[in-house]
Design a protein around this ligand. Structure first.
Ligand code: NAD
Length: 271
């Protein structure tokens, strides 16, 4: 799906449950070289180093750089150091769960909303502004989003950031077409990760998803389906695709109401 031997930057590795890790492993399985970014050394120690299903030698073999996406100079230094990159995955988001998520949408914590907007949306433009010189023509940038065509309980301001992120994907696709750079996003169904665990009511959301997807949905197993779609968009098989939001969600986002009794998918093995 990707060009073997080429280098891909996967931004937003927290631990072995991160979407970034599943995507990185998939790129490697297709012969790509992966460089990750980790937010800062404290997070590496607190989360990545404690990843339960990551052997010591696997951890030591990870090629990564530190990069806080809100610090322009850190992003600039990252792309100054990297020579050529064939693709970038933006797997980064943040919202203060106490103010931006939860049972009440309204908040006076404007600084929190703006920080969430900076990290979860604007940072994609920061990345492209600095990355464009090191991206080879034909290269691809993929972000991660969550269904913006419906309003979900407690997801509040993150839903707003994701809608803005999708608009930015289209704007960046238009801007960087002339550079031969594609920009797309994968809209994933709910998956079990650290960020997800901070979303109030996430369990209910996943149950809802499982019940309402024509294909069914599994918060653990379907991470691989999302990683596969990201890898497809990174590679040459998606050469004429840009500015698109590709839903990998078991079909849930198209639904005009819950599945009727006769529509429920058969349970897959191991579920
Ligand atoms: N898990 C889900 O259900 C789900 C569904 C759809 C989309 N997504 C999206 O997938 C992406 C990855 O999230 P995840 O679920 O793997 O969770 P995660 O917690 O593993 O990853 C989130 C990452 O964002 C990074 N981050 C936050 N602030 C940052 C900053 N200032 N600088 C640099 N990095 C920063 C964190 O360090 C972390 O590595 C996010 O965009 C998320 O919204 C997740």
């Amino acid at each position: 799906m990707i060009d073997a031997g080429k280098t891909y930057l996967v931004m937003g590795l927290l631990d072995s449950e991160s979407m970034a890790f599943a995507i990185g492993k998939t790129i490697q399985a297709f012969g790509g070289k992966v460089i990750y970014t980790v937010q800062n050394p404290a997070y590496k120690k607190r989360f990545l180093d404690r990843s339960q299903d990551l052997a010591e030698n696997e951890l030591a073999a990870l090629d990564f750089r530190y990069c806080d996406i809100t610090r322009d100079q850190e992003v600039a230094a990252l792309f100054d150091e990297l020579r050529t990159v064939s693709g970038i995955v933006h797997s980064i988001a943040y919202a203060n769960p106490h103010t931006c998520l939860g049972q009440e949408l309204h908040t006076d914590a404007i600084a929190d909303i703006l920080l969430s907007h900076h990290i979860s949306c604007v940072s994609l433009a920061t990345v492209l502004r600095h990355a464009a010189p090191v991206l080879t023509p034909g290269s691809s940038v993929v972000a991660l989003t969550f269904d913006t065509s419906h309003v979900y309980p407690q997801y509040n301001w993150m839903g707003v950031q994701k809608a803005a992120l999708e608009a930015l994907v289209r704007a960046l696709a238009r801007r960087h077409g002339r550079d031969g750079i594609r920009v797309n996003a994968v809209s994933a169904g709910p998956l079990w990760t650290k960020a997800a665990s901070k979303i109030p009511g996430f369990d209910e959301l996943t149950r809802l998803w499982d019940r309402n997807s024509p294909l069914g949905w599994n918060v653990h197993q379907d991470k691989q389906a999302v990683a596969d779609a990201v890898t497809f968009l990174l590679g040459p098989r998606a050469a004429r695709i840009t500015g698109q939001i590709l839903a990998v969600d078991g079909g849930a986002a198209i639904m005009g109401g819950p599945l009727m009794d006769h529509e429920h998918p058969g349970r897959r093995d191991g579920r």
